[in-house]
Write a protein that binds this ligand. Structure first.
Ligand SMILES: Nc1ncnc2c1ncn2[C@@H]1O[C@H](COP(=O)(O)OP(=O)(O)OP(=O)(O)O)[C@@H](O)[C@H]1O
Length: 235
Protein backbone atom coordinates (compact mmCIF):
# COMPACT_ATOMS: atom_id res chain seq x y z
CA UNK A 1 0.00 0.00 0.00
CA UNK A 2 2.97 2.30 0.64
CA UNK A 3 6.12 1.79 -1.34
CA UNK A 4 9.08 4.08 -0.75
CA UNK A 5 11.53 3.52 -3.58
CA UNK A 6 15.08 4.88 -3.28
CA UNK A 7 13.96 8.23 -1.98
CA UNK A 8 16.49 11.00 -1.50
CA UNK A 9 15.37 14.22 0.17
CA UNK A 10 17.55 17.27 0.53
CA UNK A 11 16.71 20.54 2.21
CA UNK A 12 19.14 22.96 0.53
CA UNK A 13 22.54 21.32 0.89
CA UNK A 14 21.45 19.01 3.68
CA UNK A 15 20.62 15.43 2.73
CA UNK A 16 18.08 13.99 5.18
CA UNK A 17 17.13 10.81 3.32
CA UNK A 18 19.41 9.03 0.88
CA UNK A 19 18.16 6.21 -1.34
CA UNK A 20 15.75 5.21 1.40
CA UNK A 21 13.35 2.34 0.65
CA UNK A 22 10.61 0.58 2.54
CA UNK A 23 7.33 -1.20 1.90
CA UNK A 24 4.21 -1.24 4.04
CA UNK A 25 1.77 -4.02 3.17
CA UNK A 26 -2.01 -3.80 3.43
CA UNK A 27 -3.17 -4.19 7.03
CA UNK A 28 0.36 -3.81 8.39
CA UNK A 29 1.43 -1.46 11.16
CA UNK A 30 4.91 -0.22 10.25
CA UNK A 31 6.64 1.86 12.89
CA UNK A 32 9.48 4.26 12.20
CA UNK A 33 11.97 4.73 15.00
CA UNK A 34 15.01 6.99 15.02
CA UNK A 35 16.84 9.70 16.90
CA UNK A 36 15.68 13.33 16.71
CA UNK A 37 16.33 14.66 13.24
CA UNK A 38 16.74 11.20 11.66
CA UNK A 39 14.09 11.99 9.04
CA UNK A 40 10.93 10.26 10.30
CA UNK A 41 8.65 13.26 9.78
CA UNK A 42 10.24 13.97 6.41
CA UNK A 43 9.59 10.40 5.27
CA UNK A 44 5.98 10.54 6.46
CA UNK A 45 5.40 13.87 4.69
CA UNK A 46 6.79 12.34 1.49
CA UNK A 47 4.46 9.35 1.90
CA UNK A 48 1.47 11.65 2.39
CA UNK A 49 2.32 13.63 -0.76
CA UNK A 50 3.05 16.79 1.23
CA UNK A 51 6.70 17.02 0.13
CA UNK A 52 8.41 16.54 -3.22
CA UNK A 53 11.28 14.05 -3.19
CA UNK A 54 14.63 15.21 -4.55
CA UNK A 55 14.84 11.84 -6.30
CA UNK A 56 13.10 8.49 -6.09
CA UNK A 57 9.37 7.91 -5.68
CA UNK A 58 6.82 7.02 -3.07
CA UNK A 59 3.84 5.01 -4.31
CA UNK A 60 0.62 5.15 -2.34
CA UNK A 61 -2.23 2.92 -3.41
CA UNK A 62 -0.15 2.29 -6.56
CA UNK A 63 0.14 5.99 -7.45
CA UNK A 64 3.22 8.22 -7.22
CA UNK A 65 2.41 10.29 -4.12
CA UNK A 66 3.74 13.71 -5.08
CA UNK A 67 2.34 13.62 -8.63
CA UNK A 68 -1.07 12.57 -7.24
CA UNK A 69 -1.00 14.48 -3.98
CA UNK A 70 -4.64 15.54 -4.16
CA UNK A 71 -6.01 12.24 -5.44
CA UNK A 72 -4.29 10.16 -2.74
CA UNK A 73 -5.84 12.19 0.10
CA UNK A 74 -9.05 10.19 -0.53
CA UNK A 75 -7.23 7.08 0.64
CA UNK A 76 -5.17 8.72 3.37
CA UNK A 77 -5.69 9.92 6.91
CA UNK A 78 -2.75 11.72 8.43
CA UNK A 79 -1.54 13.38 11.57
CA UNK A 80 1.83 14.95 10.91
CA UNK A 81 3.26 17.65 13.18
CA UNK A 82 1.05 20.03 15.15
CA UNK A 83 -2.59 19.66 14.05
CA UNK A 84 -4.34 22.85 12.97
CA UNK A 85 -8.01 23.41 13.74
CA UNK A 86 -10.56 26.22 13.50
CA UNK A 87 -10.02 27.36 17.08
CA UNK A 88 -13.37 29.10 17.59
CA UNK A 89 -15.33 26.04 16.43
CA UNK A 90 -16.26 22.89 18.40
CA UNK A 91 -14.79 19.44 17.79
CA UNK A 92 -17.96 18.41 15.95
CA UNK A 93 -17.95 21.53 13.77
CA UNK A 94 -14.30 21.00 12.89
CA UNK A 95 -14.95 17.38 11.89
CA UNK A 96 -18.04 18.34 9.87
CA UNK A 97 -16.00 20.92 7.97
CA UNK A 98 -13.36 18.27 7.28
CA UNK A 99 -16.04 15.94 5.88
CA UNK A 100 -17.37 18.73 3.68
CA UNK A 101 -13.84 19.40 2.42
CA UNK A 102 -13.28 15.69 1.71
CA UNK A 103 -16.71 15.39 0.08
CA UNK A 104 -17.62 12.32 2.13
CA UNK A 105 -20.04 11.40 4.89
CA UNK A 106 -19.28 9.81 8.23
CA UNK A 107 -20.69 9.47 11.72
CA UNK A 108 -18.99 12.33 13.60
CA UNK A 109 -20.55 11.38 16.95
CA UNK A 110 -19.27 7.82 16.64
CA UNK A 111 -15.70 8.84 15.86
CA UNK A 112 -15.70 11.33 18.75
CA UNK A 113 -16.74 8.42 20.97
CA UNK A 114 -13.95 6.25 19.59
CA UNK A 115 -11.32 8.80 20.69
CA UNK A 116 -13.00 9.52 24.04
CA UNK A 117 -14.37 12.95 23.15
CA UNK A 118 -18.05 12.04 23.36
CA UNK A 119 -20.15 14.68 25.03
CA UNK A 120 -17.52 17.34 24.52
CA UNK A 121 -20.40 19.65 23.58
CA UNK A 122 -20.01 23.30 22.72
CA UNK A 123 -16.47 23.85 23.98
CA UNK A 124 -14.39 25.59 21.31
CA UNK A 125 -11.13 23.90 20.32
CA UNK A 126 -9.27 26.93 21.73
CA UNK A 127 -10.27 25.64 25.20
CA UNK A 128 -8.94 22.09 24.57
CA UNK A 129 -5.98 20.60 26.45
CA UNK A 130 -3.03 19.18 24.50
CA UNK A 131 -4.37 15.64 24.90
CA UNK A 132 -7.86 16.65 23.73
CA UNK A 133 -6.37 18.25 20.62
CA UNK A 134 -4.40 15.10 19.93
CA UNK A 135 -7.54 12.96 20.30
CA UNK A 136 -9.39 15.27 17.91
CA UNK A 137 -6.51 15.09 15.44
CA UNK A 138 -6.66 11.28 15.53
CA UNK A 139 -10.44 11.44 15.07
CA UNK A 140 -9.98 13.64 12.01
CA UNK A 141 -7.37 11.28 10.56
CA UNK A 142 -9.71 8.29 11.03
CA UNK A 143 -12.93 10.08 10.10
CA UNK A 144 -13.34 9.10 6.44
CA UNK A 145 -12.23 5.50 7.13
CA UNK A 146 -9.04 5.82 5.07
CA UNK A 147 -7.26 2.77 3.74
CA UNK A 148 -3.96 4.22 4.87
CA UNK A 149 -3.10 6.10 8.03
CA UNK A 150 0.10 8.11 8.51
CA UNK A 151 0.69 9.15 12.11
CA UNK A 152 3.68 11.12 13.36
CA UNK A 153 4.02 10.78 17.15
CA UNK A 154 0.26 10.28 17.67
CA UNK A 155 0.57 9.56 21.41
CA UNK A 156 2.13 12.94 22.20
CA UNK A 157 0.24 14.55 25.04
CA UNK A 158 -2.04 11.55 25.65
CA UNK A 159 -2.34 10.21 29.17
CA UNK A 160 -1.48 6.49 29.57
CA UNK A 161 -5.15 5.44 29.52
CA UNK A 162 -5.87 7.43 26.35
CA UNK A 163 -2.66 6.17 24.72
CA UNK A 164 -3.67 2.60 25.52
CA UNK A 165 -7.15 3.16 24.06
CA UNK A 166 -5.65 4.71 20.92
CA UNK A 167 -3.30 1.76 20.45
CA UNK A 168 -6.27 -0.58 20.65
CA UNK A 169 -8.20 1.52 18.09
CA UNK A 170 -5.22 1.43 15.72
CA UNK A 171 -4.61 -2.30 16.16
CA UNK A 172 -8.31 -2.99 15.54
CA UNK A 173 -8.21 -0.76 12.43
CA UNK A 174 -5.17 -2.62 11.10
CA UNK A 175 -6.96 -5.90 11.85
CA UNK A 176 -9.80 -4.60 9.67
CA UNK A 177 -7.33 -3.98 6.83
CA UNK A 178 -6.10 -0.43 7.42
CA UNK A 179 -2.43 0.15 6.57
CA UNK A 180 -0.61 2.25 9.16
CA UNK A 181 2.73 4.06 9.01
CA UNK A 182 3.48 5.46 12.44
CA UNK A 183 6.43 7.08 14.19
CA UNK A 184 7.00 7.09 17.92
CA UNK A 185 9.83 7.44 20.42
CA UNK A 186 8.06 5.21 22.92
CA UNK A 187 9.57 1.79 22.28
CA UNK A 188 7.09 0.04 24.57
CA UNK A 189 4.14 1.33 22.47
CA UNK A 190 5.88 0.32 19.29
CA UNK A 191 6.76 -3.14 20.57
CA UNK A 192 3.14 -3.69 21.57
CA UNK A 193 1.42 -2.64 18.36
CA UNK A 194 3.75 -2.75 15.34
CA UNK A 195 4.11 -5.65 12.92
CA UNK A 196 7.34 -4.23 11.54
CA UNK A 197 9.70 -1.65 13.00
CA UNK A 198 12.17 0.22 10.80
CA UNK A 199 15.11 1.99 12.37
CA UNK A 200 15.97 5.07 10.39
CA UNK A 201 19.55 6.34 10.60
CA UNK A 202 21.99 7.86 8.14
CA UNK A 203 19.13 8.63 5.76
CA UNK A 204 18.06 5.00 5.37
CA UNK A 205 16.23 2.18 7.04
CA UNK A 206 19.19 0.56 8.79
CA UNK A 207 17.31 -2.42 10.15
CA UNK A 208 13.82 -3.84 10.08
CA UNK A 209 12.43 -5.91 12.93
CA UNK A 210 9.63 -8.35 12.43
CA UNK A 211 7.84 -7.96 15.75
CA UNK A 212 6.22 -11.38 15.55
CA UNK A 213 9.68 -12.84 15.89
CA UNK A 214 10.65 -10.45 18.72
CA UNK A 215 7.53 -11.10 20.75
CA UNK A 216 8.75 -14.67 21.13
CA UNK A 217 12.15 -13.53 22.42
CA UNK A 218 13.15 -12.56 25.93
CA UNK A 219 11.42 -9.43 27.31
CA UNK A 220 13.45 -6.29 26.68
CA UNK A 221 15.43 -7.80 23.79
CA UNK A 222 13.77 -5.55 21.22
CA UNK A 223 14.41 -2.35 23.21
CA UNK A 224 18.02 -3.40 23.85
CA UNK A 225 18.74 -3.97 20.16
CA UNK A 226 16.97 -0.79 19.04
CA UNK A 227 18.91 1.33 21.53
CA UNK A 228 22.16 -0.24 20.47
CA UNK A 229 21.52 0.57 16.81
CA UNK A 230 20.33 4.10 17.63
CA UNK A 231 23.47 4.72 19.67
CA UNK A 232 25.52 3.70 16.63
CA UNK A 233 26.54 0.25 17.80
CA UNK A 234 26.26 -3.00 15.93
CA UNK A 235 24.57 -6.18 17.00
N1 LIG B 1 11.62 22.47 6.04
C1 LIG B 1 12.87 22.15 6.40
N2 LIG B 1 13.92 22.90 5.98
C2 LIG B 1 15.18 22.55 6.31
N3 LIG B 1 15.52 21.49 7.06
C3 LIG B 1 14.52 20.73 7.51
C4 LIG B 1 13.15 21.02 7.21
N4 LIG B 1 12.36 20.07 7.80
C5 LIG B 1 13.22 19.24 8.45
N5 LIG B 1 14.49 19.64 8.28
C6 LIG B 1 15.70 18.96 8.80
O1 LIG B 1 15.65 17.61 8.37
C7 LIG B 1 16.14 16.75 9.37
C8 LIG B 1 15.10 15.66 9.65
O2 LIG B 1 13.96 16.26 10.26
P1 LIG B 1 12.67 15.41 10.62
O3 LIG B 1 11.69 16.35 11.22
O4 LIG B 1 12.25 14.64 9.42
O5 LIG B 1 13.27 14.42 11.71
P2 LIG B 1 12.53 13.48 12.76
O6 LIG B 1 13.19 12.15 12.68
O7 LIG B 1 11.06 13.52 12.55
O8 LIG B 1 12.90 14.19 14.13
P3 LIG B 1 12.13 14.26 15.57
O9 LIG B 1 12.32 12.89 16.21
O10 LIG B 1 12.91 15.30 16.31
O11 LIG B 1 10.71 14.62 15.33
C9 LIG B 1 16.49 17.62 10.58
O12 LIG B 1 17.87 17.90 10.55
C10 LIG B 1 15.71 18.88 10.33
O13 LIG B 1 16.35 20.00 10.87
Amino acid sequence: MIEVKRITKQYGNTTVLEECSLTVEKGEIYALVGVNGAGKTTLQKLAAGFLEPTSGRVYVHGMPAWENKEEIQRYLGSLIEVPVFYEHLTAEENLNLHLEYMGVQADVGKILGTVGLEGIGSKPVSAFSLGMRQRLAIARALLHRPEILILDEPFNGLDPVAADEMKRVLMKSAGDGMTILISSHILGDIAQMADTVGIIAGGKIQKEFSMKEYREKEAGEFEREVLQIMKGGTI
